[in-house]
Design a protein around this ligand. Structure first.
Ligand code: SF4
Ligand code: SF4
Length: 68
């Protein structure tokens, strides 16, 4: 599964709301907002596809790193 940024982790209901990705976006493009399930999830306002948020997410192990 190719994942461009953490928005796709949220869309696939894999996000736990740990907010680690927010800390790792070098551009400050990620903020936490209340998600559809009622808890905070990352919102990606803009993205240059650097991949830092994906590498920071604990759920990276669920994906084939060679695809990212
Ligand atoms: S891919 Fe890079 S620029 Fe895009 S949201 Fe993630 S860390 Fe930020
Ligand atoms: S690092 Fe992963 S699990 Fe944590 S808030 Fe970001 S997308 Fe969700």
């Amino acid at each position: 599964m190719f994942v461009k940024n953490v928005a796709e982790i949220v869309d696939n209901l894999l996000c736990t709301g740990c907010s680690r990705c927010v800390l790792f976006c070098p551009n400050g493009y990620i903020t936490m907002r209340k998600g559809d399930l009622g808890f905070p999830v990352p919102h990606v306002a803009k993205c240059n596809d650097c991949g830092a948020c994906i590498r920071a997410c604990p759920f990276i192990d669920l994906y084939d790193e060679e695809e990212i």
